[in-house]
Design a protein around this ligand. Structure first.
Ligand code: CUA
Length: 184
């Protein structure tokens, strides 16, 4: 076969290249490093779930919206301490189960909590999906009708916090703002 035949690159002739030659040392080293890094990242997923302290350890239960609304009303009756813009302000005792209701387009009621005190915060919706987003902190949870999501919480900052709905829920979505007050 002459040189000119080789350069024609028909499908029958293999193109000259390097892929079948031994991998250079440096490339081998980088492949090894990349592979080990992949394994580390893979291991971090379950490890960080257990150790990272950033995943909610929630209690989940099914509940009908009507049952949940009733439960919230009972909670408000038990621990109401005042009013804010027509919304009841509720101050539950330490360790209490606290109930927050999302509905078009409000968060009900206003919660008054103590700093460094443990509570179990229940979230659910009376109608459609909403998103619980605590500002200015970066805390986000889905609020789903039919499910009661109980989160172990312990406020570590005092102040006035806003609950913003971060799940589009219709025409009044942008007005759906609630309040949590944390006192020292
Ligand atoms: Cu509720 Cu958006």
């Amino acid at each position: 076969m002459s040189e000119s035949d080789k350069s024609m690159h028909s499908g029958l002739l293999a193109v000259e290249g390097v892929w079948w030659k031994a991998i250079p040392k440096q490339e081998k080293l980088w492949i090894t490093i990349a592979f080990i890094w992949c394994l580390i990242l893979f291991a971090m997923m379950p490890l960080w779930h257990m150790r990272g302290g950033q995943n909610p350890s929630g209690i989940r239960a099914k509940v009908t919206p009507a049952e949940y609304v009733e439960r919230v009303e009972r909670f408000v009756e038990d621990y109401k301490v005042g009013e804010d813009n027509g919304f009841p302000v509720v101050e539950p005792p330490a360790g209490a189960h606290i109930y927050l209701l999302a509905r078009m387009w409000q968060w009900y009621p206003v919660l008054k909590l103590k700093k460094n005190t443990k509570y179990i915060l229940h979230l659910s919706s009376a109608d459609i999906n909403h998103g619980f987003s605590l500002f200015p902190l970066n805390l986000n949870f889905q609020v789903v009708p039919g499910y009661d999501y109980g989160l172990k919480v312990e406020p570590n900052q005092s102040g006035d916090f806003r609950i913003i709905c971060n799940e589009f829920c219709g025409i009044g979505h942008h007005t759906m703002v609630g309040k949590v007050i944390v006192i020292d």
